[in-house]
Design a protein around this ligand. Sequence first.
Ligand code: KG4
Ligand code: ZN
Length: 340
Amino acid sequence: MIILGIETSCDETAAAVVRDGRVVLSNIVYSQIKLHRAYGGVVPEIASRKHVEIMPHVLQQAIDGASIRWSDVEAIAVTQGPGLASSLLVGLSAAKGLALRLGIPLIGINHLEGHLFSAFIGPDAPVFPDLCPFTALIVSGGHTTLLRVQGPGRYQLLGSTIDDAAGEAFDKGSNLLGLGYPGGPAIDKASRGGNPEAVDFPRGRQKGHLFSFSFSGLKTALLYHLKQHPIPAGDSARLADVAASYQEAIVDALLERTVVAARDGRPVAVVGGVSLNKRLREKLTLCSREKGFPLVLSAPAFCTDNAAMIAAVAHYGLGLRDESALHMDCEPRLELFAAP
Ligand code: KG4
Ligand code: ZN
């Protein structure tokens, strides 16, 4: 089945054509990073206006890039939430219009479920049902969630962050270090060659909550460290040491909980923008060898926000479908877990 995915939950305008949930025929991502950099983060109004302007081009590129015709598309999958309301609305409106015009089903997708399924896209990726049950860590700019996956739509929440997300910790830390936005790639790069043990930053452990994460104390620790020990201008070695130590604290916090959650040698999947982090990938790989669990990481192109992962979810019969999809509103706070 050929599904057109559309994703506009934040500052990426994305469309992709995916066959049978894993064969990516095209994957177009228009990143707005340059527009938001001057503000140190995403400005919702600027993001939504750019989505409106660029969406028709991104959609046409997805169709052309896949070498198909509009009439070949069999369903449209679109991110319903969570995300920025004004950004989500642009993708939803485009998707509804196309579904009506083409007379094909519309499917509303949870963005987090999209990240989860990003591990199963591409020729080298494992096949989802073969991997179940497995442990998954979703680490993005807005979420840090550890879960056990039993099957499609069958997820058990193990723990999540009680304050900042891991990506947020990278972004805020990067601002404090003067490295700019987005912080993850900037800290990843600045920390190369630095000593990860130069500064002992907290790992945010929560007494009695084995799988909870907390990153706001880490950010405050960095703030006070920089006040007490300012980095001299041009001292790139010191900057690398502090950046590497800060990164290490985030990586260790993620790793510690994930390793405890991994069970009976069952696989562990780590997905989302932060899973691109070089140090995290290195330490996870080492750990998986030592502890003997298979590690699944999304291909780099599918770690940060993209629409291929949204189309992939729809393939497994998940998401809001039929009439209710045509009438759906955006859900900025959509959860992956139904309220008990
Ligand atoms: O999944 P994503 O594209 O968007 C959300 O759904 O939030 O993740 C974006 C986050 C940002 O916080 C960004 O700083 C972080 O992923 N990120 C990284 C790296 N690349 C992107 N964090 C650490 N290391 C990286 N190399
Ligand atoms: Zn995301």
